[in-house]
Design a protein around this ligand. Structure first.
Ligand SMILES: CC(C)(COP(=O)(O)OP(=O)(O)OC[C@H]1O[C@@H](n2cnc3c(N)ncnc32)[C@H](O)[C@@H]1OP(=O)(O)O)[C@@H](O)C(=O)NCCC(=O)NCCS
Length: 59
């Protein structure tokens, strides 16, 4: 909801989720999201690894 954006909630959710997945020994994480937002968490374009989206409009 717009009134709750830009308060750090999304960053905490992302970092907590990544930490949980690392703790579960997941070898990699894929996210479908804003290309401008997720690099701050270490994400890089999936196409770098040959992964392409099946959804129209999502690169
Ligand atoms: C995108 C979203 C998850 C970010 O969560 P948030 O709680 O607003 O983000 P945070 O408060 O943790 O972080 C704010 C930072 O993210 C940046 N940011 C927020 N939305 C962004 C976007 N769409 N593109 C690029 N940067 C964005 C802000 O500019 C801010 O940058 P700064 O730290 O340099 O000032 C959230 O705004 C959201 O759910 N938006 C609506 C639904 C949506 O677009 N979802 C996409 C899911 S992939």
């Amino acid at each position: 909801m717009p009134g709750y954006q830009r308060r750090g909630i999304g960053s905490r959710l992302a970092r907590t989720g990544i930490t949980m997945l690392q703790g579960a020994s997941c070898p990699f994480v894929v996210v479908l999201g804003h290309a401008e937002y997720y690099p701050r968490f270490g994400f890089i374009p999936a196409s770098t690894h040959g992964l392409l989206s099946q959804w129209e409009g999502a690169p």
